[in-house]
Design a protein around this ligand. Structure first.
Ligand code: MG
Ligand code: MG
Length: 256
């Protein structure tokens, strides 16, 4: 069932989203060569405690971390570990969500570790831009697949591919609500978008082919051809005034 949020509910979701954004902003300075992915996870957990919000992923279907941290050919759902040390030149996807007063926020960014190759820079830039092209379609009267069409159309111009097995989603009082939001599809297809819908738009883009496989840990998804992958996500409300990003970059104090 697709839920429609009231203005009051959108304000609470915006609070949740701003907490997510603030912690991701803070993590930007924590990502450097030599740090372990567990260090990043502990930082996020402590910040949730400080800010009085609940990390949304910890314990979700048994996931052990607050953050999903996916390095290089890992697409999504990497498990934080003290043994996983970031190296100069890596790209690291960090996916984070919180619960604030029963409402969820969800966002992801892919960070460079030190200096990265020009190929990696382009992959990150294209993936981030594809997210914004998808968000631009989050307008009343548009159709659901207009979002994925915009993402796919942009990404494939660069010879990259969008992941099929994982998709964006509705979000609200649950982390994953209807509808599913694929990063591919035909323009003009799917349900009509209405004001008050909130969607997590999250392109996962591979430098090589689209196929992924899940490792023996049951969580970590990697590209089957071991090519680099990037992931950016925002929680976005559809409003009468157009798309409103609830997890914006550059939040300085979410509790305000
Ligand atoms: Mg996410
Ligand atoms: Mg999500």
């Amino acid at each position: 069932m697709v839920t429609i949020k009231s203005e009051r509910e959108l304000e609470l979701m915006e609070k949740a989203g701003n907490y997510v954004a603030q912690v991701l902003d803070e993590l930007t300075e924590k990502v450097y060569p030599g740090v372990s992915t567990q260090d990043l996870d502990f930082f996020a957990e402590q910040r949730c405690r400080d800010l009085g919000v609940i990390p949304a992923f910890k314990g979700y279907h048994g996931f052990p971390g607050c953050l999903c941290i996916s390095v290089n050919d890992e697409v999504v759902h990497g498990i934080p570990s003290s043994k996983r040390i970031l190296n100069e030149g890596d790209v690291v996807g960090i996916d984070f969500g919180v619960i604030y007063q029963g409402w969820f926020g969800d966002s992801a960014r892919t960070f460079p570790v030190g200096k990265i190759s020009s190929e990696a820079v382009q992959l990150l830039d294209v993936t981030k831009e594809s997210l914004h092209r998808g968000i631009e379609q989050c307008r009343e009267g548009n159709r659901l697949f207009d979002i994925g069409h915009a993402v796919q159309n942009y990404v494939e111009k660069f010879g990259y591919s969008v992941v099929r097995e994982f998709v964006g989603h509705g979000i609200g009082r649950a982390l994953h609500e209807d509808p599913q939001v694929p990063n591919f599809g035909a323009k003009g297809k799917g349900m009509e978008l209405k004001a008050g819908m909130v969607l997590a738009i999250e392109p996962m883009v591979n430098a090589g082919g689209p196929a992924v496989q899940v490792l023996e840990d049951g969580w970590t998804a990697v590209t089957r051809d071991r090519s680099l992958s990037a992931h950016f996500e925002h929680t976005v409300a559809i409003t009468a005034d157009g798309p409103r990003i609830l997890t914006p970059v550059g939040v300085e104090n979410a509790s305000k």
